[in-house]
Write a protein that binds this ligand. Structure first.
Ligand code: NAD
Length: 278
């Protein structure tokens, strides 16, 4: 399967991001190279990793050894929580670049705002400097609430290219997604399958039987049609391929509405206003 079937979205700085990627959270380093290699064979060219995941080195090895030109890839990494102090953040960018060994990063994110740890505005200014120095083609944030974004918009220069937040049918984040959109910030939906929580849903199963697709495919297609970027994780080759086969069917408006109606304000991960663990 070819990468060109994945649509790209223009970020606010002319960089384009493939709308579908491969997530690597909780893939142990010893399994990462094989999982990413399988994903590349299935057609994925966008990989989401983070220093916190401990597998950047193995992501880089899989990409480098694939024989596919670097220019065809989009690789994201994220600032680990202990390194929010500006000098530490600058060093952390280089640490990620060295671990991946793929040249400049395509996208680099503040992983969590940690509102009671240091000052994320100062951290963001450090990343602005690294962006201007060419270390990352785009910079963005993750798990930022509206109030956190409002501070960046008021006090800094570069508007984040993306906000990577928890979004799935049971936690749809409509107000924050709308705020992102109004400010030209692309929403990336982490845990697009609710880390597996949505897979037994009867409504999703019913829609799946109407379109002849699995619950995972219906859910991922719903995200794509809403305009978000997704990178489901699976180290099972057949599932990684299943999650990539999203471009030869579509959900009707009525089917989209039935998934919209599943919203239950059910957050699975930490609340970013309260999460301050370093
Ligand atoms: P996910 O919603 O992608 O779900 C992954 C789970 O679903 C795994 O247990 C997997 O085995 C299962 N699964 C995947 N495809 C399946 C299929 N076709 N059929 C049946 N089961 C399937 O959850 P995630 O991995 O937490 O999120 C995706 C990515 O988002 C991560 O890998 C990571 O890159 C990113 N992420 C970011 C943050 C953040 O704070 N920024 C937090 C969590 C995840």
């Amino acid at each position: 399967m070819a990468d060109h079937i994945v649509p790209t979205i223009a970020l606010n700085n002319a960089v384009h991001i493939p709308q579908l990627g491969f997530g690597t959270f909780q893939i142990p380093p010893e399994d990462t190279k094989a999982a990413v290699t399988t994903a590349l064979e299935a057609g994925y060219r966008h990989i989401d990793t983070a220093q916190m995941y401990g597998n950047e080195k193995q992501v880089g090895e899989a990409v480098r050894e694939s024989g596919i030109p670097r220019s065809e890839f989009f690789v994201t990494s994220k600032l680990n929580n202990p390194f929010h102090a500006p000098a530490d953040a600058v060093e952390a960018v280089s640490t990620s670049i060295d671990a991946l060994d793929l040249g400049p990063l395509d996208l680099y994110l503040i992983h969590w705002p940690l509102p009671e740890v240091g000052d994320f505005v100062e951290t963001w200014r450090a990343l602005e400097g690294e962006h201007k120095a060419g270390k990352a083609r785009a910079i963005g944030v993750s798990n930022f609430q509206q109030a956190h974004l409002e501070r960046l918009l008021a006090e800094t220069e570069v508007v984040p290219a993306v906000n990577q937040i928890e979004v799935h049918p049971y936690f749809q984040q409509s107000p924050l997604r709308a705020f992102n959109r109004e400010h030209g910030i692309v929403t990336e939906a982490w845990a697009p399958l609710g880390q597996g929580a949505v897979l037994d849903d009867e409504v999703l199963a019913a829609v799946g039987s109407e379109v002849g697709r699995s619950v995972a495919q219906v859910t991922l297609r719903w995200h794509l049609q809403r305009g978000d970027v997704v990178f489901p994780k699976s180290s099972t080759p057949a599932r990684a391929a299943e999650n990539f086969a999203l471009f030869d069917f579509a959900l009707s408006d009525e089917q989209m509405s039935r998934v919209d109606a599943l919203d239950a304000d059910r957050r699975l991960g930490p609340n970013p206003d309260e999460f301050n663990r370093v």
